[in-house]
Write a new protein. Sequence first.
Length: 389
Amino acid sequence: MIAIRNGKLITPEGIVEGKALLLNGGRIVAIVDDVQNAPETIDAQGRYVMPGMIDIHSDKIEQFIQPRPTAQMDYELALKECERELLMMGITTMYHSLSLYQDEFFGKSPLRTKESVLMLADLIDGIHGRNHLIHHRLHLRIEIDNLAAYDIAKEMIAAGKVHEISFMDHTPGQGQYRDMAIYMDTISKYSGREIETLGAEGVAAYHRNKPTLSFAQLKELSDLAHEKGIAVASHDDDVAEKLAVNRALGVDISEFPILIDTAKAAQAMGFHTVVGAPNILLGGSHSGNMSAAQAIREGCADILCSDYYPPSMLHGVFTMFRRHGVPLHVMVNKATLNPARAVKIDQHYGSLEVGKAADLIIVEELDGYPVVTDVLVDGRPTARVGYRR
């Protein structure tokens, strides 16, 4: 039995003070006034106690495997180093987002091939039987012009190696790259050579003529995922017509809707809406699209993800609280309970409630920034850090 006392408990409904959190067998067993018969006590020292964050979209693992284009590290070494950083960022469940691309307009990456994705899937699947720190999950991102991804995804879903799938379409002229100029500027900054050899007209012609996965194939993948209890996401929805197609496909989650009106329409149709926390820290979208902070203020953003910068999760929560006046528990829900609901794991994770897994972080504000001082995963103290002055 572990008792966490003297903390500000962030529950789904608000902040509770003067109570102790009792943990046993990896679960939260009680929230009580007095601590009795607890062999171990953690003094939160007036800090916030909140659920460990659940990041359902992040490709951070790629930076640990390939820190430079010509340097590729051992995959398991990279995963172990990545999770140590994630732990102290307050992320206790990570859905590593691995992509299956067809073209190389965003640069040639050996990590976005069938072989690498399968290797990482096997590693994520097996890591829980060895020494590890956090819960690792796999979010398989399927670019719809990658025809080979259909069979790959079917096999991975059947094998239980996938925990979330998403359908992506980075074709310029719609979605994230509605503005062709922004698309051309973006791909020119990557290491792909197609832009140099084809030119703007050649790139546009390629996208006009490329084959894509059919509605029937995408619907089959969505149905197979749902049979396994796996959530399905769309990516960069921009118009109501696309939302309607995704609804017909059985999509559950709308990631990064492009416009405020699109996000509101997605919510009205029953989608969970996801925004990137880096967008909050940057003051807007780096692609010129919807402001995440505005979407949160207007109530049409349900979930925060880190996208490519995991530190942004905790900082995004506190930025919206301190600078924009959004209640802290509301923001914490967007990084914990709401993503848990979206990927169908909220029975066990995502909130400080009796019966749920004791994945917890203790947070202090120092020099105007939130920092994680303690982490518990499945009720086990996993990390602790003390700042000096």
